[in-house]
Design a binder for this molecule. Structure first.
Ligand code: ATP
Length: 199
């Protein structure tokens, strides 16, 4: 499995549809300051579910939408699609090409799709779980992150090893199970209350 293409429309500085193809092996993205190199890596993280506008160098999610320049009007929708080559079926899917997309409208409408079918973010997270690809995985290392690893507290550094060792998947599933358990306990308490009232 590898990332074969990124398509961006209306995302940050990419007002027009911009398609970037990645071959297998190493790809270097080079360009002058301010030409959009970081915007490209942010586009990838955004599709993978990044919810923090701050970590996308904005103050609100709307800041990911192209906001115009002196000679170009702002647009209303940002859309980014990641196309993954899954010919080796590394990801648990029958498809040999998987297109994961996220879009966001200024009116607040937001959607995620996998191969053009609307999904929840959870479906994307589940699909990529344990693949090494994810918004917080170490397949994307941003500027300053290497230094941060050395400055981290030991517990924070442990999560890095957990991610690399595939333990995070179990942590994620444990959290999910605990959340469901709490919800079921709440429902049970409500039923007990009703039974008590009826007695
Ligand atoms: P450097 O080499 O300095 O790190 P870079 O190639 O990584 O630069 P980016 O930081 O990706 O460049 O791009 C910054 C550019 O993106 C700036 O010119 C900024 O104005 C533009 N930009 C960011 N958000 C938006 C937006 N919402 N609409 C339009 N342009 C935007």
């Amino acid at each position: 499995m590898h990332l074969s293409r990124v398509e961006m429309t209306g995302f940050k500085s990419f007002a027009d549809k911009t398609v970037i193809e990645f071959d297998q092996g190493m790809t270097a993205v080079v360009g002058p300051n301010g030409s959009g190199k970081s915007n490209l890596s942010e586009a990838i993280r955004w599709v993978l579910g990044e919810q923090s506008a701050k970590s996308l160098r904005g103050s609100k999610m709307e800041d990911v939408i192209f906001n115009g320049t002196q000679d170009r009007k702002a647009v209303n929708i940002a859309k980014v699609t990641l196309v993954l080559n899954n010919e080796d079926h590394y990801l648990d899917s029958d498809y040999s090409e998987i297109a994961i997309a996220r879009s966001y409208n200024r009116n607040g409408d937001s959607s995620y799709t996998i191969n053009n079918e609307t999904v929840r973010l959870k479906d994307i997270v589940d699909l990529l779980l344990d693949s090494g690809l994810g918004k917080n995985s170490f397949s994307i290392i941003s500027q300053g992150q290497v230094e941060q690893i050395f400055l981290n507290k030991p517990e924070e550094r442990r999560t890095i090893f957990e991610e690399a060792a595939g333990v995070q998947k179990y942590q994620y599933r444990k959290n999910e199970a605990e959340r469901k358990l709490t919800k079921s306990q709440d429902n049970l308490n409500r039923v007990k209350d009703i039974i008590h009232e009826l007695k």
